[in-house]
Design a protein around this ligand. Structure first.
Ligand code: MN
Length: 191
């Protein structure tokens, strides 16, 4: 299988000022693309050549794992946003968040703190287990909670390339603004 980079479901300037067109040019246009290009080069002639991307992530190690997971994580990240996003989750996911974290505001606070405190590069995740219990986790580098048996619902990229153009060194400001573009209908559909 050859992996293709999906088009974004919005114009490249549609998420501004939360994520600028320039950040999209670099983050989606160069970083995400490079992970997918590297993945396609590395799987040629290997047992991974015809696997679904999720299976590559669950079975590969080293550089192949890193590129496969970074490809998946970036596609998932960019598809979690919408220029019409923001607000609060409703339905079963909204209920689960309020029940487990006390309030939506407290959930956001804990999620932002996990992202700010993650040392170096990585991702902060909201996931669920098979019983619907929610987890906020930090994953370094290209980590993905699927490898721990969890089902990813939402992720914020905290690699510097995700925010340095728009927020310089202020990772916390970037995380706080991302809530304005989260497509909760889509996140709910993953729950
Ligand atoms: Mn990234």
């Amino acid at each position: 299988m050859k992996y293709t980079q999906p088009d974004l479901p919005y114009a490249k300037d549609a998420l501004a000022p939360v994520i600028s067109a320039e950040t999209i040019d670099y983050h989606y246009g160069k970083h995400e693309k490079a992970y997918i290009d590297n993945l396609n080069k590395m799987i040629v002639g290997t047992e991974f050549e015809d696997m679904d991307l999720e299976d590559v992530i669950l079975h590969a190690t080293g550089a192949l794992y890193n590129n496969a997971a970074q490809a998946w994580n970036h596609i998932f990240y960019f598809f979690s946003f919408s220029p019409d996003g923001g607000g609060e989750p409703t339905g079963a996911l909204g209920d689960a968040i309020r029940s487990q974290f006390g309030s939506f505001d407290n959930f956001k606070k804990e999620f932002e703190e996990a992202g700010v405190k993650l040392f170096g590069s990585g991702w902060v995740w909201l996931s669920k287990d098979n019983d619907g219990k929610l987890f906020i986790t930090q994953e370094p580098n290209g980590g993905n909670p699927m490898t721990s048996g969890l089902i990813p619902l939402l992720t914020f990229d905290v690699w510097e390339h995700a925010y340095y153009i728009d927020y310089k060194n202020l990772r916390g400001d970037y995380l706080k603004k991302l809530w304005d573009i989260v497509d909760w209908d889509l996140v709910e559909s993953r729950f």
